[in-house]
Design a protein around this ligand. Structure first.
Ligand SMILES: [Zn+2]
Length: 210
């Protein structure tokens, strides 16, 4: 499997492409602005077809391009606790960049913690990690020792917990029970900033001790 990433506008949110050239398939995780064009280009480069868009959570900067994937017939995945943000993203306008058009997107597959999605010829485990927002999930790909986590944790930091539905004690519990319980060698691919690892955050994250 190949994992590619791209930081995208308008506030530097990471989109990820998980590609399995043997199967000619690709899964995209998160859809900031311009993610669709980027995803099509990356998929083409590896001769892959985009078979899923998984949204780690419903915040506007992670779903801006989601409607383009849906329009192209690509199945979308998200957690039901963020239903309102997927269905009525304009409700986030007060904490988005003014003037942005926030388009709703349909979710075809509702995921929950403990789900094992069969994608790219392997199992992708969904873990529910609320606290930054109610419906944040992480996608754990054991065979790649990789976890794509959305905004629950960053290299040396954690997601904001002052937005609607955020709560530090819930976030802390998610990190301790769902992130720090992954194998130490797991690479963490966050929604913003560089990659890190479970080992590194357990040892040095100043917000949540391992
Ligand atoms: Zn967020």
């Amino acid at each position: 499997m190949i994992i590619e990433s791209q930081e995208l506008p308008p506030i530097g949110t990471n989109a990820y492409a998980l590609l399995e050239p043997r199967l000619k398939q690709c899964v995209i995780i998160d859809a900031p602005a311009e993610a669709y064009e980027w995803a099509v280009q990356v998929a083409e480069k590896h001769s892959c077809e985009i078979v899923a868009l998984i949204l780690t959570h419903g915040h506007w900067d992670h779903i801006l391009d989601g409607h383009k994937f849906a329009k192209a017939g690509i199945p979308t995945y998200g957690h039901a606790d963020d239903t309102e943000m997927f269905a009525s993203p304009s409700k986030m306008a007060s904490y988005a960049i003014p003037g942005l058009e926030l388009k709703k997107l349909p979710i075809n597959h509702w995921v929950k913690g403990g789900d094992q999605l069969e994608l790219l010829g392997t199992k992708m485990e969904i873990r529910h990690v609320p606290g930054h927002c109610p419906g944040n999930v992480l996608v754990y790909v054991a065979c790649e020792k990789a976890a794509i986590v959305g905004d629950v944790i960053f290299a040396g930091s954690v997601g904001r917990y002052d937005l609607p539905g955020g709560d530090f004690s819930v976030l802390e519990k998610s990190i301790k029970t769902q992130v720090y319980s992954l194998p130490d060698e797991t690479t963490i691919y966050p929604g913003h900033g560089p990659t890190t690892s479970v080992r590194q955050e357990k040892a040095g994250n100043p917000y949540v001790k391992g």
